[in-house]
Design a protein around this ligand. Structure first.
Ligand code: FAQ
Length: 311
């Protein structure tokens, strides 16, 4: 019986039909999605911190307004993604506890500090740039609520990418000091951005199942290559140098070969030993505690309305 259900489930996926919350799905598929979508949601929410750090110091009113809008968008992305995860039968409280106790991961990239205004540009250009490559692919993911969230998120991420590239272009074409800041930001964010795509395919524990179930539509290495090829051209256009002496056009494959990624650094950061891991989680815990009264009030208001409707 279970076998028959599993075959029908895979047939549906192979026919490019979406799996919806009330459809039968194997437990392994459900758990895989909870892990991936919640990691994605946590990344959006924790990702507000490095940029939020610069809201009070943005160099103009326009820059401040744009940055505030971007950080608010990330909160919205987190909310769509938490909602999509909840359709799989887990509560928001459980998800938050997993994040705060270190049981759930979030993207390595958000454990690096934002030292200058150019870092805000580098995040938009590189981090959102990497996120878009990954998320454009995920628009075709097999789980309906995740796929629909991605379609909307990608539209907003395109604006974020442009915001970052605009900052970087202005600085790269500005004074010598601004050029140095832009190059320094690129030097620090380049390699961690490549790590965002996850381990090489040969070391990626989840890719095989994810590809069979069409949760992932392209592999970590394939997406990383798309990102590198795009970013190299964008860097050239504004006169910045990608910090990789092995970066070279490969005429046979028609893409850029690039140097070795430091996977020790990646695992150290992912396992809690990056520059900012503790600070990020402490800030989250503090904000969550301070926001308790808002959640209590919202629940009380909903309950009151429900009771009112019944009376
Ligand atoms: N960081 O077998 P795989 C954004 C873990 S959104 C930390 O290859 P998978 C927007 C992985 O969980 C950025 N951990 O795993 C924004 C697994 O550990 P586990 C987030 C990572 O799932 C911009 C282990 O390594 N985007 O930036 C990372 O098949 C600006 C083995 O790896 C998403 O989450 C990593 N980078 O592939 C916000 C996209 N990579 O769980 C604010 C959706 C891997 O067994 C400002 N997620 N690990 O303990 C995905 O596409 C996939 O989950 C991957 C990883 C590609 C991230």
């Amino acid at each position: 019986m279970e076998d028959r259900k599993e075959r029908a489930f895979q047939d549906k996926i192979d026919a490019e039909l979406k799996i919806e919350p009330k459809d039968w799905m194997p437990e392994k598929y459900r758990r895989h999605l909870i892990r991936q979508i919640s990691q994605h949601a946590h990344s959006e929410i924790i990702g507000m911190q490095p940029e939020g750090n610069w809201i009070t110091r943005a160099p103009s009113l326009r820059a401040k307004m744009v940055l505030i809008a971007k950080v608010q968008d990330e909160a919205g992305h987190g909310l769509y993604l938490y909602s999509a995860t909840e359709t799989l039968g887990i509560t928001r409280n459980e998800l938050i506890t997993q994040l705060q106790t270190g049981k759930a991961k979030y993207s390595n990239i958000f454990n690096y500090p934002t030292l200058t205004w150019a870092d805000v540009g580098a995040i938009g250009w590189l981090v959102d740039g990497a996120a878009i490559v990954n998320q454009q692919s995920l628009r075709r993911t097999s789980y309906g609520p995740y796929s629909r969230a991605m379609i909307r998120i990608c539209k907003e991420e395109s604006f974020h990418h442009r915001q970052g590239y605009e900052i970087m272009s202005k600085m790269a074409l500005g004074t010598t000091e601004q050029q140095e800041m832009a190059q320094d930001a690129l030097d620090r964010w380049w390699w961690p951005s490549l790590m965002m795509f996850g381990p090489h395919d040969s070391d990626s524990a989840h890719t095989s199942n994810a590809m069979q179930w069409k949760i992932k539509r392209e592999t970590n290495d394939d997406l990383r290559q798309v990102f590198v090829d795009r970013a190299v051209k964008q860097a050239e256009l504004i006169g910045l140098t990608i910090p990789d002496s092995e970066l070279k056009w490969n005429p046979k494959n028609k893409n850029y070969d690039f140097g070795k990624i430091d996977w020790n650094e990646f695992w150290e950061v992912v396992n809690g030993n990056g520059f900012c891991n503790k600070e990020r989680i402490n800030n989250h815990v503090k904000a969550h505690e301070e926001g308790k009264w808002v959640r209590d009030a919202a629940i009380a208001y909903t309950e009151k309305n429900k009771n009112g409707a019944r009376a």
